[in-house]
Ligand binder design. Structure first.
Ligand SMILES: Nc1ncnc2c1ncn2[C@@H]1O[C@H](COP(=O)(O)OP(=O)(O)OP(=O)(O)O)[C@@H](O)[C@H]1O
Ligand SMILES: [Mg+2]
Length: 263
């Protein structure tokens, strides 16, 4: 029986879709898991656009409308996972039927990841009630923390287990909220701390999750560590020498960027 993990936030742009695509790529490639990504951001879906799956005729909406069968709407991605994209035409569907769909699919996969809408409505509720556990994505600032607090509250009210908060786009600046502050205000543990890395935009332009685009950077390591945590497995590190080499390469890249020569 697969594990269904919903990725939520009540704020747009914090990194939900990025997290779904990177966890999917890591679980499939680093941990050899059978993974399905579903774009349940019903009205503004863009998981497909992160991964180069664009304009799919059969998708989550057509399945829920019984216009295509489930198998037709699942695409085997070259990155090793399966994906069910959604229609960009904002077709009207019963969002809450997602739960029945997930029930049918869960024994075919090790992990199903659900991307979600940032709007506090039935779209997000559908993801909450369809999931075994939730990852709440936040950034370390006051406005987002307030939204995170509400997302945690809602998930608890609905009785879905919160695996933890993922702090994303962390700059390591003094003015950012600390892990402790976030945990005490949002009343959930922080289980991931992912740095801001502008190079993710270049990967996005090539439809490539960071774990495949820059596999050795800190952000990718963060995604991989988190992927392992979700399935209670530890990612086997490549050892001191290789890590040292990566560190030096990353450091050289960082220095080149600082003097305007890197990408
Ligand atoms: N750690 C990071 N460092 C730098 N940029 C990031 C990071 N994570 C995500 N981004 C960028 O932030 C933007 C928003 O990310 P994403 O689309 O994943 O957010 P979202 O929460 O899914 O948004 P929405 O609620 O609108 O669906 C994207 O351009 C993405 O590449
Ligand atoms: Mg998104």
């Amino acid at each position: 029986m697969g594990k269904v993990i919903g990725v939520i936030s009540i704020k747009g742009g914090v990194g939900k879709t990025t997290l779904v695509s990177n966890l999917g790529a890591s679980l499939a490639n680093d941990f050899n898991k059978k993974v399905l990504l579903i774009d349940a951001n019903f009205n503004a879906p863009n998981l497909g656009a992160h991964l180069g799956v664009i304009g799919a005729k059969n998708n989550l909406h057509t399945v829920l409308l019984e216009k295509s069968n489930i198998r037709e709407a699942i695409y085997e991605h070259a990155y090793g996972f399966h994906i069910m994209p959604a229609s960009v035409d904002a077709l009207k569907v019963d969002y809450l039927k997602l739960k029945d769909l997930v029930k049918i699919l869960r024994d075919k996969y090790d992990v199903i990841l659900l991307d979600s809408s940032p709007a506090l409505n039935d779209e997000m509720l559908a993801v909450i009630i369809s999931s075994d556990e939730l990852l709440v994505v936040s950034t370390p600032d006051h406005p987002t923390l307030l939204c995170t607090m509400n997302a945690v509250r809602l998930a608890k009210k609905k009785g879905t287990n919160i695996n933890g908060i993922i702090l994303n786009k962390v700059l390591g600046k003094k003015y950012e909220l600390s892990k402790g502050e976030i945990e005490s205000i949002a009343d959930a543990v922080v289980i991931g701390n992912l740095p801001f890395d502008i190079r993710i935009m270049k990967g996005l332009a090539e439809y490539k999750p960071m774990v495949l685009f820059k596999p050795t950077c800190s952000l990718s390591k963060g995604f991989r560590k988190l992927a392992g945590n979700l399935i209670d497995e530890e990612y086997e590190d490549k050892g001191l020498i290789n890590n040292l080499r990566d560190f030096i390469v990353n450091d050289v890249e960082r220095s080149l960027r600082l003097i305007g020569l890197g990408d």
